[in-house]
Design a protein around this ligand. Structure first.
Ligand SMILES: [Fe+2]
Ligand SMILES: [Fe+2]
Length: 306
């Protein structure tokens, strides 16, 4: 898609963005992050004469801690995501208003997860800060995705973060953490709906290029947290615990959106659209097969444990 075509498409989608911005603002509840943090549990660390952090102070299971840290560090990288959205959607009109509103909402996710972890001594604050610095310095570069690819990607990614926060909350075995993460997941759900509706409109305006974008993004999906130091190790731990794994990615993230968009029911596609749909079917099949293998191996490993 040329720069001229992209600008035209941004313009064509503007009315949908405007409608969805209004819908979003009407349905998004204002909530206060400080009301979700158990401040009375907090105490000074060593530099202020308090007790240094040690692993035994955390009440979280190792998998819950790994998931919370990974979610937090992923949220921390917001400046890069903001820059990406500005590059793709611009600063003007409804698109620009959405980017700033979205950024403001996302900003509270990292701050209250960090507050929760520090106050409850849920993680090593020194290592967390080192990882945050490394993550932000690595930044997040989607490789200048074209507009439709970005819209498809963020639809999947927002749903992935919703599922990940929600499942992390359940794994924490702490009602305070569960309440906090359920609250954040509600924000992510509204973000997903916004992008899902934009993609829906794009499917009507430009079906074949939108299908191509969806197929490419399913085939090449990479979590934004992949730049977090030790991502592979952290992701394995989170997958082993069933918080976020390939089965969940396929069943609870990719398929609900593919079904919602009615991709396999669409009629009258041109040759490029049909090819994109075939590629999407192949990518879904491959993902499903990988998910099945992963679940099988995980069950075998668990059965082998004493
Ligand atoms: Fe978020
Ligand atoms: Fe979000």
């Amino acid at each position: 898609m040329t720069a001229f075509e992209t600008r035209a498409l941004l313009k064509q989608l503007e009315a949908t963005v405007e409608d969805n911005l209004d819908r979003h603002l009407a349905s998004a509840e204002d909530w206060l992050p400080h009301e979700y943090v158990p401040w009375s549990e907090g105490r000074n660390f060593a530099a202020l004469g308090g007790e240094p952090w040690s692993a035994g102070q955390s009440r979280l299971a190792p998998a819950a801690r790994a998931a919370l840290e990974l979610n937090l560090l992923t949220e921390d990288n917001l400046p890069s995501y903001h820059a990406e959205l500005v590059n793709t959607f611009g600063r003007k009109g409804a698109w620009g208003t959405w980017v700033n509103r979205w950024t403001a909402e996302e900003g509270r996710h990292a701050s209250c997860i960090r507050d929760y972890l520090l106050v409850t001594r849920g993680t090593d604050p020194e290592r967390l800060e080192q990882a945050r610095m490394a993550t932000l310095q690595a930044g997040w570069d989607s490789g200048d995705k074209p507009l439709l690819h970005s819209c498809a990607y963020v639809s999947f990614q927002e749903l992935a973060t919703r599922v990940s926060h929600r499942n992390t909350g359940r794994c924490c075995a702490d009602p305070v953490a569960e309440r906090l993460l359920a609250r954040i997941a509600m924000d992510e759900n509204l973000h997903m709906i916004f992008y899902r509706n934009v993609v829906q409109a794009a499917l009507e305006i430009a079906p074949s290029p939108t299908l191509r974008a969806i197929a490419d993004e399913v085939a090449g999906f990479v979590m934004p947290g992949s730049v977090v130091p030790g991502f592979a190790r952290r992701a394995v731990r989170v997958a082993q615990a069933g918080i976020y794994d390939l089965r969940i990615h396929h069943d609870d993230v990719i398929m609900p959106l593919v079904r919602h968009w009615g991709i396999f029911e669409a009629e009258g596609l041109d040759a490029d659209g049909e090819r994109a749909r075939e590629d999407l079917a192949a990518a879904l099949g491959a993902l499903d097969a990988r998910a099945a293998r992963f679940v099988e191996r995980r069950a075998e490993a668990q059965a082998a444990q004493p």
